[in-house]
Ligand binder design. Structure first.
Ligand SMILES: Nc1ncnc2c1ncn2[C@@H]1O[C@H](COP(=O)(O)OP(=O)(O)O)[C@@H](O)[C@H]1O
Ligand SMILES: [Mg+2]
Length: 244
């Protein structure tokens, strides 16, 4: 479904993403992990059309998407969420979700119906008429998810949707993400919460210093000495062992 081939991004002298190859198949949940600054968000930004790659190829369902704008890629069925949530202040939760739905329709009624439907999927129905600026962190993360889902994606790219959530909220969002996959949406997620990575992923890729250093099932990756090494000092090696 998604094929990333030899993709590289430099910022001045820094190689943020270095010759990365990976793929995501239909109906999978694939995760991308790695220490802070590894290049994960930069990779997503290139895949979704927000940043131009210096080298490489990105194909989505056999169409080359490198050089396309985010809204064009969204129309093809691939959409990302942002690590830093940005609800439109002054709009309600419903109106914020409708912004996503308007990528497929210009009709208010259809956009509202779609927004209400995805709100149900992410468990936000009771919050629809509240101002989005009053949402909690967990609420904002769900809103980000709902807005992306409202575009009717085939492939959803999630950038740290669990950051800042407590364990109960994390369990809830893991359930929501599984539910989204069960509706036929393929998921590619960047995540730091190892328990969730272990619980959700069919396959995991590990990025360190811009390079892929491991890939495979989450448990095989967690036991990979190179991965443990990359995480040493970040406290994640233990967390991974716990999660496995
Ligand atoms: N727009 C930018 N300009 C310059 N450097 C950047 C920019 N975006 C990211 N970087 C750098 O690229 C590296 C990878 O960043 P990022 O992709 O955000 O990592 P991650 O999401 O894995 O934490 C970091 O060293 C970061 O400082
Ligand atoms: Mg990031």
């Amino acid at each position: 479904m998604l094929k990333v081939n030899n993709v590289t991004k430099r910022f001045g002298g820094l190689v943020a993403v270095s010759s990365v190859d990976l793929e995501v198949n239909e109906k999978e949940i694939v995760s991308l992990i790695g220490p802070n600054g590894a290049g994960k968000t930069t990779l997503f930004a290139m895949v979704a059309g927000f940043l131009k790659a210096d080298e490489g190829k990105v194909d989505f369902e056999n169409a080359s998407v490198l050089g396309m704008r985010p809204h064009q890629i969204c129309k093809l069925g691939m959409v990302r969420t942002f690590q830093i949530t940005q609800p439109f202040a002054g709009l309600t939760t419903l109106e914020n979700i409708m912004v996503g739905a308007y990528s497929n329709t210009s009709e208010t009624d259809l956009a509202r119906t779609k927004a209400e439907e995805v709100a149900e999927v992410v468990g936000m129905t009771s919050l629809l008429n509240q101002g989005a600026d009053g949402l909690t962190v967990a609420g904002r993360k769900r809103l980000e998810l709902a807005r992306a889902l409202a575009t009717d994606p085939k492939l959803l790219l999630l950038d740290e949707v669990m950051a800042g959530l407590n364990p109960t909220e994390i369990d809830d969002i893991v359930t929501v993400i599984k539910g989204i996959r069960d509706r036929g949406v393929t998921i590619f997620l960047i995540e730091h919460v190892m328990k969730a990575v272990m619980n959700l992923s069919d396959r995991t890729y590990v990025l360190n210093d811009g390079k892929l250093i491991a890939s495979g099932t989450p448990s095989s990756v967690a036991e990979d000495p190179q991965v443990i090494e990359a995480y040493l000092g970040h406290g994640a090696a233990e967390a991974m062992a716990e999660g496995a």
